[in-house]
Design a protein around this ligand. Sequence first.
Ligand code: FES
Length: 127
Amino acid sequence: MLELCLLSDLKNGEAKGFNVEGSGIAQRLIVVRQGDGVKAYINLCPHIGSRLDGDVGQFLDAEDPTMLFCDSHAALFRIEDGVCVEGPCEGDKLFPADVTVVGDAVVYARDGVELVDEISRIVSTTE
Ligand code: FES
């Protein structure tokens, strides 16, 4: 279990990337504050398995910041359930990450090794 940040570190609606695998490796978790809770996804697009943020840390659509955005092919995903509502993978879903709020902390229920394993599994199925 890893504490990512405090809930108060995120503004409501803000999306932030977290790297839990060690320094120098791309941010692999996306956490979006939704009121007193969060939604979280692995930073992999279900289309071809690339990361969503072309500009590192830019996860929300510039025109509609209530949507997550994949920079590769301009797909839009609902924050609440990760479903793609526009783009080449319409109907597919982002991969949920087990992140919750415990007290005032935003916590990932697994560790970096488990995340890397999960990413490897996902990438092998999207190739
Ligand atoms: S890689 Fe995300 S829409 Fe194509």
